[in-house]
Design a protein around this ligand. Structure first.
Ligand code: NAD
Ligand code: WQD
Length: 345
């Protein structure tokens, strides 16, 4: 494996993974339509690694564009990050989600099959487990989805499994991420959601910056350690390393494989907020609010399979995660001169 096509490589997880791949000696060819990212990321990646990503501005749903890109490079493996990812938006605009997330996958599979590209890594999500029947969640847990975003992940997993059945030479790694947070230790790239953040860590960071008045903690009456929701937060650099490990696994032609990428540890909302405040010595005003519709009480991974079969294990702690998230946010605030300050909360 040498040449890796990374769809959505300018995004949050794709950019961190591109760095890992470049540092691991791979060539990275990225295709992104920049619908949720910026081309500037490639200069940052070059500064940090001394290496170039070869990038194309194109829509992954565009089969012809993909064909041209693939013809120009001898691609060994594809990592498919491209897609829309906001759960709430997916409920409001289901067709937009199904069209973009499913079509891009179909186009990619078609071009891979035409060109004998036999290795695909897919960004799946712990959301495919639905409401946990038991914890920790292992890869054998039943699958379900409660919103169009989750349905897309589930459908795409089925599509890729079917592709493997029809084309056994195709090796596929379905990586189920838990809750990615944090930023590269240089703090020069991180998560920069457009508009009001849906996810907890970006909301905490923006509240600490004064961009949001206060954080609403959605429910303190769950049956959890302190009544607030519990999740398995994983540092984005650990997640990126998980992709490099998955590529090495695919090189052994394992067929279709599924791995949880999580730490195995649950952290409550209050624990995360308090750690953020203490470690970063910054205030985060918060108030308890009603539960958010569709939320589960708690969820964390059994990451044993990834450890045994990929030789991968998360290394970063919650303290690392809150520190790197905050340091990257402070840099963003300086660079962007706090441009979202006037948005409604
Ligand atoms: P992101 O929005 O930062 O990155 C996605 C990238 O894909 C963006 O650069 C965007 O411009 C691009 N893109 C979207 N549609 C495209 C298209 N049709 N053609 C070309 N480019 C397109 O998101 P992320 O957090 O880096 O997530 C990456 C993947 O991981 C997504 O598939 C997401 O569903 C999945 N995932 C994310 C999380 C999370 O919490 N961040 C958790 C589980 C799974
Ligand atoms: C974490 C906890 C909230 C915001 C979502 C998607 C999932 C995956 C990751 C892609 C929960 C609480 C949050 C806030 C809060 N994405 N919270 N106040 O819901 O676990 O997962 O992102 O695949 O599919 O559903 O993550 O960060 O939104 O919430 O109290 O302002 O923080 O209730 O307990 P979630 P999250």
């Amino acid at each position: 494996m040498k040449n890796i096509l990374v769809t959505g490589g300018a995004g949050y997880i794709g950019s961190h993974t591109s760095i890992e791949l470049l540092e691991g000696g791979y060539n990275v060819i990225c295709v992104d339509n920049f619908s949720n990212s910026s081309k500037d990321i490639f200069d940052v990646i070059h500064d940090l690694t001394g290496k170039h990503v070869t990038w194309y501005e194109a829509d992954v749903c565009d089969v012809e564009a993909l064909r041209k890109i693939v013809k120009a490079h001898d691609i060994d493996c594809v990592i498919h990050f491209a897609g829309y990812k906001a759960v709430g938006e997916s409920v409001e605009k289901p067709l937009m989600y199904y069209q973009n997330n499913i079509d891009s996958t179909l186009a990619l599979c078609e071009v891979c099959l035409e060109n004998s590209i036999n290795n695909i890594v897919f960004s799946s999500s712990a959301t495919v487990y639905g409401a946990p029947q038991y914890l920790p969640l292992d890869e054998h847990h039943s699958l379900s989805a409660t919103n169009p975003y989750g349905n897309c992940k589930l459908f795409i997993e089925h599509i890729l499994k079917d592709v493997h059945v029809a084309h056994p030479e195709m090796n596929i790694a379905l990586l189920r991420y838990f809750n990615p947070v944090g930023a590269h230790p240089s703090h020069r790239l991180g998560e920069s959601p457009k508009g009001i953040p849906n996810n907890l860590m970006p909301y905490i960071c923006q509240t600490a910056s004064g961009l949001r008045e206060q954080l609403s903690i959605f429910g303190d009456d769950y049956d959890t350690v302190d009544g607030t929701g519990v999740r398995d937060y994983i540092h984005v650099v650990d997640l990126a390393k998980g992709h490099a490990a998955a590529i090495k696994k695919l090189a052994t032609a394992p067929g279709c494989v599924v791995y949880n990428l999580g730490t195995g540890n649950g952290t409550s909302v209050l624990e995360l907020v308090r750690t953020f405040i203490t470690e970063n010595n910054v205030d985060v005003p918060f108030a308890i609010a009603p539960r958010r519709a569709g939320d589960i009480a708690e969820c964390w991974a059994d990451p044993a399979s990834a450890k045994e079969e990929l030789g991968w294990e998360a290394q970063y702690t919650i303290v690392d995660m809150v520190r790197d998230s905050w340091e990257a946010q402070k840099r963003m605030n300086t660079n962007e001169k706090v441009t979202v300050a006037s948005e409604a909360v």
